[in-house]
Design a protein around this ligand. Structure first.
Ligand code: SER
Length: 329
């Protein structure tokens, strides 16, 4: 049974934003790294009461309506959709790469069944638009490592990657066969100062900033020269909102769009942090995540996103590091 708490702070706003947006927005998995920042950006745009945050754990959401919702509970999602007149769903709930390797069957169940719950609502015409994130994890060891094209070998070796690749295929299937307006981005590793990642392989690139400031030292779980594609959260949230706002016809790819971001290794980011914190030291103690990282590309080609919905990156490595350190300090 799903327990639902809704705080509707100001009913008149509910009406105003509902009519402007043609329905409310639901963010599933709002407690995660992307969810927290996405909810706050969507609320800045559409008003606090137009965006309902939701998570399996109760959220301390003081700014707007919030419900406790299990992404696997189809009936509870359906109930929330009708009850709160939801027309747009951002479905973010998933187990990330490292955690998924520890619970392979549950990861598959969560990542796949929750997606079906939302895609079915699109098929039934009960919601107008869906955002679902994919990942660089759809690529694998025989994918071209650099400037990885949009359409190329996808041979993921992680449960997370397998679930994201299958999810991409299903998104495209529902778009082609049932006209579901589902849009997706293959997120690189995401780096932000407001929220912490959980259970991913790219998490080191967030942890390193926190440890640099608190301890002056970081022990990295990847090798020094492991280059991966990453992106600053500001850019990732903007990309998410921009792809959703783009005209429907411009979204030619209904599986998921490559996004390049910025590519760097632990030793490269450590050197940049040392420019601002000269005492900072890094050591390397690679664990099981090294193998995952080595199966992924080092850099991505996102020409399709640039061409179809005018995607442009704003934060390079320097600008991101300065901003991270400034905010965390
Ligand atoms: N950041 C994710 C992870 O490391 C990849 O999309 O699992």
């Amino acid at each position: 049974m799903t327990f639902i708490i809704l705080k509707l702070t100001s009913f008149p706003f509910f009406i105003t934003f509902e009519s402007k947006l043609n329905g409310m927005i639901l963010v599933i998995g709002s407690g995660g790294q992307v969810g927290q920042e996405l909810v706050s950006k969507l609320r800045q745009k559409h008003g606090n009461d137009a965006v309902i945050s939701s998570d399996i754990s109760p959220l301390k959401d003081e700014d707007g309506p919030s419900i406790q919702l299990d992404a696997l509970d189809k009936a509870a999602i359906e109930d929330s959709i009708s009850r709160y007149k939801i027309k747009t769903v951002y479905h973010l709930a998933a187990l990330l790469s490292a955690n998924a390797e520890k619970q392979i069957h549950f990861a598959w169940k969560l990542n796949m069944e929750s997606l079906f719950n939302v895609l079915e609502l699109g098929k039934e015409g009960r919601i107008d638009q869906i955002f679902w994130p994919s990942s660089i994890a759809v690529f694998g060891p025989t994918t071209p490592k650099t400037n990885t094209p949009q359409d190329t070998v996808t041979d993921p070796t992680t449960v997370y990657g397998i679930s994201k690749l299958a999810g991409e295929r299903w998104c495209e299937y529902y778009a082609n066969n049932f006209n579901v307006d589902v849009r997706s981005i293959r997120y690189p590793g995401l780096i932000g100062y407001k929220s912490m990642p959980g259970g991913g392989t790219t998490d080191y690139a967030v942890d390193i900033f926190h440890k640099a400031l608190s301890d002056g030292k970081y022990i990295c779980f990847l090798k020094a020269d492991t280059k991966l594609p990453m992106m600053y959260m500001e850019d990732a949230i903007r990309a998410t909102i921009e792809i959703m706002e783009a005209p429907k016809d411009s979204i030619r790819i209904r599986s998921s769009y490559n996004l390049a971001g910025i590519s760097f290794s632990p030793e490269e980011i450590a050197t940049i942090i040392q420019r601002q914190l000269p005492q900072f030291e890094i050591e390397y103690a690679p664990d099981f995540r090294q193998k995952i990282a080595e199966s992924w590309p080092q850099s991505i080609n996102d020409n399709a996103a640039q061409k179809d919905w005018n995607w442009q990156l704003e934060y390079n490595l320097d600008k991101m590091c300065k901003d991270m350190l400034w905010h965390l300090k």
